[in-house]
Design a binder for this molecule. Sequence first.
Ligand code: BJ8
Length: 433
Amino acid sequence: MNNEYVTMWKELGLNLEAHDALLSVLGNAYKDIFLTQKDRPEGMGYFDFVMSEVHGLRIKELLDEKAQGRKIIGSYCVFVPEEIALAANATLVGLCSGADFVIEEVERYLPRNTCSLIKSAFGFKLGKVCPYLESADMVVGENTCDGKKKAYESLGSLVDNLYVMDLPQMKSGQGRDLLRNEYDRFKTAVEVLTDVAITPKSLKNAIKTVNAKRSALHRLSILRKADPVPISGLDALLANQVFFYDNPARFTESVNKICDELEKRIREKQGIAPERTPRILLSGCPMAVPNWKLPWIVETSGAVIVGEESCVGERGVRNLTRDSGTTVDELMDAITDRYFKVDCAIFTPNEDRLEHIVDMAKTYKADGVIHYGLQFCQPYIMESIPVEKALEDKGILCLRIETDYGMEDAGQVKTRVEAFIEQIKDGLRQNYC
Ligand code: BJ8
């Protein structure tokens, strides 16, 4: 272990023993799940490196930035605009929440029937194992689902720099006004934190930077329409996960580099699985690092994932922000318009999401959709029923999976996924006969 990193983690107040254990589990899972894949694009080497240094080099970079006076803002939701943070010379990082940690301690703060994502956020804090959380000068929570809303009340007693953003629940004029007001309030809070006044120029540049990141992922998504698919769903998910904490310019460059390679692969008909391998669209709750269970099960059961309708995926990056405004006010409006389109299941009604899922299934030529609901996540599990109906109405197969971060149900989930893939294969055989 690099001694410089150990000193850095100690200074951040991490529990070194627990942190070592986490890194070791993470490293082994990564080896077993990612590095055993065949025919990966060479460009994934960059993401392997990022993951191997996820608590090392990237944290050192952030702390070096902090030493120069830059502030770090941690976020749990894609409604927190990175553009505003960047425009005030701050760095926004996603706080992963993708693994269980110190569950017994967590359940002293939260009821047992809380989703794994919220429990994980508490576990990382209580277990003192997340250097991103401990580096953050501001941690932003948001009033999205009831679970998060109430959980932030308790998290406030553990995190002394928690900022809570209110969010609308309806896509109405009033809802948009609320979002715009909250973004103005957030902008002021960030300006106070950084002591930097946001200008039209800094906001425009920040919008361009984040648009470039999103455009690179759009490019990657489009390439997944090809058959054979040039990149696995696991690797594409990894790129979507790294989106949340890598340096923006470097991330954009690395994704574009992979896309160049994938274009060549497509020309040469080189894929990560043979042509006509069943194609799956994943839809539902976000999959934060290191939540790789379901994609791993799907891709070791004879199918490939061709898209993610998720906040760590297309829902999170779908739209770009207009950068044509010339005043802060106009640009803030453009930011509000862009984020107001995010179709999280906390909105009611949420017809747009159903349409997007059907569209995505068609665009990526998916043979079936697996809807992923985290246990105890009311919004997504409730919405999985209309999602299934909307898909069935269009003749698209759908499987609803409800699971958590534990591996106890992995066998059972695999059996259901395998049966679903067999059903798809039967359909494909009939179509080709
Ligand atoms: S915009 S999806 S990132 S809120 S899984 S905590 S919904 S009970 S994560 Fe999300 Fe923002 Fe929406 Fe996206 Fe609640 Fe469900 Fe848990 Fe969830």
